[in-house]
Write a protein that binds this ligand. Structure first.
Ligand SMILES: [Zn+2]
Length: 236
């Protein structure tokens, strides 16, 4: 069989409920699957060979109607919006200015919340929020486990990766009251110096503890032989 020459011929060929395969003459509800499977001819090759527009489906009227109905059922506005979000992946979105079209914005937010629990990427605002929460009296662990604030892993990565952030973090930490540092089990150099100073004045452990607002145990740990040894190694 040679190619169709007029559109009327094509319409006549596609109008029935079953379509005849132009290669072998058997008839099917849809020819594309059959042509690929039985003859190794792809749908596009089949259409090109017989002069059918590549945008046409080579299937019977009933099948076409069923497919159209299914497509309508599947393509709700929500589904279309999510498809847009998936197609415009994050990288591509950055390239085109970082804005989803209006109808896809809700879907983008929904998908972001579903995949990583929040609507936008974490940035310096979140870092500042954690620092503010700790300054306000929370422990580091508590701040990282507060809803809306980033988790420990992200925070640690930020501190390690960026020297400026590390400096800001260390400065913030050293400025905290000893009691709060002790609550996070992270007493710094300032504490060690304060203890050493009071020891030199001959103060007792309980007195130093009361003076600095921490437990006696915390003071004793700083004065232990193991601690002095560790400090000596660090200073070297
Ligand atoms: Zn065939």
């Amino acid at each position: 069989m040679t190619a169709f020459e007029t559109s009327a011929e094509v319409e006549a060929y596609l109008s029935g409920d079953r379509i005849t395969c132009l290669i072998c003459g058997r008839s099917f509800r849809g020819v594309c699957h059959h042509a690929a499977k039985a003859h190794g001819v792809s749908a596009t090759e089949y259409k090109l060979r017989f002069g059918i527009a590549v945008t046409r489906g080579v299937c019977g009227a009933g099948t076409r109607a069923a497919m159209r109905a299914a497509q309508k059922r599947i393509c709700t506005p929500e589904v279309v919006a999510e498809r847009v979000v998936r197609l415009q992946g994050a990288r591509q979105l950055r390239r085109c200015g970082g804005e989803y079209p209006p109808y896809a914005r809700d879907a983008a937010a929904r998908m972001a919340i579903r995949s990583h629990g929040r609507e936008r990427k974490l940035d310096e605002r979140d870092f500042a929020a954690v620092v503010a929460a700790i300054r306000a009296g929370q422990t580091a662990w508590g701040a990282c486990h507060t809803a809306g604030l980033p988790g420990c892993a992200w925070l640690y990565q930020q501190i390690v990766a960026d020297p400026a952030r590390r400096a800001a973090w260390d400065a913030m930490w050293e400025s905290l009251p000893f009691k709060q540092q002790a609550a996070s089990k992270k007493l710094g150099r300032r504490f060690a110096d304060a203890v050493a100073e009071r020891r030199a004045l001959g103060m007792s452990y309980p007195k130093i503890a009361a003076d600095l607002g921490v437990s006696e145990y915390a003071v004793k740990c700083r004065c232990s032989r193991a601690y002095r040894k560790r400090k000596k190694n660090q200073d070297r």
